[in-house]
Design a protein around this ligand. Structure first.
Ligand code: SF4
Length: 339
């Protein structure tokens, strides 16, 4: 299975390591059993929402644009969505729903990515300024503003753009994919520049960040292919030279997302499904964090409030399928190992 850069970064950013740890039957059984149990508990909580009301959502994924500029061996195959860019109207609707609906008070993170590359949105700065405006309104209301995160493949980093981005000062954490065990492998992924130029751009980014917004965290998402260990041992010296100046690096194996081993798919439950909503550039809301071809759309913020979508029959249908252990029936992400 393949992933786009954006979703890959986000999905891998979860601590889903079943694919790497569960090498024997009992380990796998234990992990699956625990996950199913946890999901059933969360499902019960979700269905009793008529009484508790507060949404279980902890994270909102906002996709600024649907297109990417790099396809790798980890990238999504068959991504058929047309080009689409988020407008300020859609952004405002989402933030207004979150700001004025107390039932979303558990939302702690807003991630500005999904399948597309955020830097490809020509009005990304305008959108980020709107986010900052919403943050100011949020602060007036006395509510803690969610952490804003962004993940990019870094191909489009240019000094002037980086300065503008940092000067807005609304993003808390910016992540870059560091996928390399050789220059050749890295160049396969970073087609528009190669490793050396990427490392130069990343160093420039960090230097400017230290001057303009030193509080911003910079993380790397490293994909270590087997047989490499999940540590810096696999990276090339060029990538190694930036690892020490990052705030954090999350190492993952493609096994986190690669579902060649179908036995690792858990038919019951998903740790994310009840805790996140993904809003695509046209305002449609997908139930799933890796629904790049929009097959799991459960509503649109243009027609309904976010809470109505969260608690809609359309969403419940998918949530229930995982409760009943019928993930395979999904036309999308049915093979996601979903830890
Ligand atoms: S099942 Fe869907 S929501 Fe859950 S981790 Fe997989 S892609 Fe994400």
């Amino acid at each position: 299975m393949l992933f786009s850069f954006g979703s890959m970064g986000r999905i891998l950013n979860r601590n889903r390591v079943k694919g790497n740890l569960a090498n024997n039957h009992w380990q796998l059984f234990g992990i699956k059993f625990t996950q199913a149990l946890r999901y059933k508990f969360d499902y019960y909580h979700y269905c009793s929402g008529h009484f508790t009301e507060k949404a279980s959502i902890r994270e909102i994924n906002l996709e600024f644009c649907s297109i990417g500029n790099a396809i790798s061996k980890f990238s999504v195959s068959g991504h058929t969505n047309s080009k689409s860019y988020m407008s300020t109207e859609i952004l405002d609707r989402v933030f207004n729903d979150l700001l004025y609906d107390k039932r979303f008070s558990r939302v702690a993170t807003i991630s500005l990515y999904d399948g597309g590359e955020t830097f490809l949105h020509s009005k990304r700065l305008e959108l980020l300024r709107r986010v900052k405006l919403h943050k100011a309104l949020w602060n007036i209301s006395g509510k803690k503003f969610p952490r804003i995160t962004l993940i990019s493949n870094g191909i489009l980093l240019r000094e002037s753009q980086v300065k503008e981005l940092l000067e807005i000062n609304v993003i808390n954490e910016i992540g870059f994919n560091l996928d390399s065990d050789s220059i050749k492998a890295f160049e396969d992924l970073k087609m528009n520049g190669g490793e050396g130029r990427f490392v130069e751009r990343l160093k420039m980014f960090i230097k400017l960040k230290d001057i303009i917004s030193p509080e911003v965290k910079i993380i790397g998402v490293g994909i270590a292919e087997k047989p490499h260990a999940i540590n810096s041992g696999y990276v090339s010296p060029e990538i190694g030279s930036v690892i020490n100046i990052l705030d954090r690096i999350d190492y993952r194996l493609p096994g986190d997302t690669n579902i060649d081993n179908i036995g690792k798919v858990n038919e019951t439950g998903c740790n994310l499904l009840l805790k996140q909503l993904t809003i695509l550039p046209d305002g449609s809301v997908s139930v799933c964090c890796n629904d790049l071809n929009s097959k799991g759309i459960v509503g649109s913020v243009l027609g309904n409030s976010l809470y109505d979508i969260y608690f809609s029959g359309a969403r419940l249908k998918y949530v229930r399928k995982l409760y009943e252990g019928k993930k395979k029936n999904w036309s999308f992400a049915g093979n996601c190992i979903s830890y």
